[in-house]
Design a protein around this ligand. Structure first.
Ligand code: PHB
Length: 401
């Protein structure tokens, strides 16, 4: 275990039981108070509720609330209390924001976040405090790689995974030369690496990676370079508001019918209404698609639409599954979060019955899952094949498991 233990009590328990961070350095007269069964489990939702990823954070939140309601408002017999924090997708504020949730709000669990840089800013704090973290989106490889830990889980993907699927599919389709375009931060850089591995293992070459700073959208000069690169396809990583703009600009630059655009499926996820015809025909790889015709997915989509007046997307699915994973842990210990080892073992061994299809976690706590090949048809990300089956992240540097 990587948690820090003070005289047989984890720091998390100590913080909760003795009334906060002030108790850590000095003697406290307050007795250790064990949480009673009826006490709520405090869940910090550290997500973007503003900026280019705001809609992603909202859909994650709506789906978490939906799962809780389906479970009658309790997990493992404990009511749940949410503490929401807008992380603004700002990595510089991440350590302080995480500390606030852990020390001031005394949360038992954090579900967060969307942005890889923010996730990396959270990791040190949750590793030091032993706070349980479930990541419902951000794909930073190190969270389930070099910095993996028993108390860190992810129900989404690593940045490497969907991009590997997209690159692999191009290689299988016979593409020899491709370029990649993305925001210049961890998620984009790792997606470029995944795309390159998938493509190059299947006979193609990544000839150039083009980048703009996050969250800028001034890629006109980069789009102008693409025709001269001599590539047959362009891979990409963009998401949220930026993805809407990029897909429209790619078409407006006259590139759409000349050089097919592909990439991690976030490019067309939760964005199709705003992208309109500019997205039609775009093929991407992702662990979800609107057109998965299982009853599980249909029921989920209908319930989400009825609740939010929004079509479900991958972010909603990942949020829902983060709550399902927490439920699996809490149910295994009857709500007793002091039974940490047991709870963690139950979560690590869970099979999550997700709208995307069932999945399990790797030894590093990252989903092992299929990456679908999707094509935008009639305003939907229709599943037309499998780009990579049961794909596991390489989890480089993780010494757990
Ligand atoms: C990330 O920063 O890891 C990230 C953000 C948005 C996505 C996917 C990954 O849609």
């Amino acid at each position: 275990m990587h948690r820090i233990v003070y005289k047989g009590v984890s720091r998390r328990s100590l913080l909760r039981g003795a009334g906060g961070a002030a108790a850590l350095g000095a003697f406290s007269a307050m007795p250790f108070v064990k949480a009673r069964a009826a006490d709520p489990v405090k869940v910090g939702l550290m997500l973007p509720y503003s900026g280019t990823f705001a809609k992603l954070g909202e859909n994650i939140t709506f789906a978490i609330e939906m799962l809780l309601e389906e479970k009658g408002g309790m997990l493992g017999g404990r009511p749940i209390e949410f503490v929401r924090l807008d992380d603004e997708s700002d990595p510089a504020k991440a350590p302080e924001n995480t500390n606030r949730l852990v020390s001031r709000d005394e949360v038992d669990v954090i579900i967060g976040t969307v942005h890889s840089g923010v996730l990396m800013g959270m990791i040190q704090v949750v590793r030091d405090s032993g706070t349980l973290l479930i990541c419902p989106n951000a794909g930073a490889g190190a969270a389930t790689g070099k910095f993996c830990a028993p108390n860190i889980f992810r129900t989404s993907f690593s940045n490497w995974q969907p991009a590997y699927g997209a690159g692999r599919q191009l290689g299988v389709d016979g593409v020899k030369k491709a370029a990649f375009i993305t925001w210049d931060y961890a998620a984009g850089q790792e997606a470029a690496e995944g795309f390159k591995s998938g493509l190059e293992e299947h006979g193609g070459t990544l000839v150039q990676t083009l980048t703009v700073p996050f969250p800028e959208t001034n890629w006109q000069a980069l789009l102008a370079q693409i025709p001269s690169l001599g590539v047959e396809a362009v891979g990409s990583f963009f998401a949220g508001g930026g993805a809407v703009q990029f897909v429209k600009d790619y078409q407006a630059a006259g590139l759409k019918d000349q050089i097919p655009l592909t990439g991690s499926g976030f490019l067309t996820e939760g964005t199709l209404g705003a992208q309109g015809d500019a997205a039609t025909g775009i093929r991407t790889a992702l662990h979800y698609g609107d057109g998965i015709e299982t009853e599980r997915n249909m029921t989920f989509r209908e319930a989400f639409l009825a609740r939010t007046e929004r079509e479900a997307d991958v972010y909603a699915v990942q949020g829902y599954d983060a709550a399902q994973l927490l439920a699996a842990g809490l149910e295994a210990v009857g709500g007793d979060m002091d039974a940490e080892d047991e709870m963690i073992a139950a979560m690590a061994g869970a099979t999550i019955d997700s709208p995307r299809g069932q999945f399990t976690l790797s030894a590093a706590h990252n989903p092992v899952q299929d990456f679908y090949l999707r094509e935008v048809q009639d305003g939907m990300n229709k599943v037309i094949g499998i780009a990579a089956e049961k794909l596991s992240d390489p989890a480089t540097g993780c010494e757990m498991g």
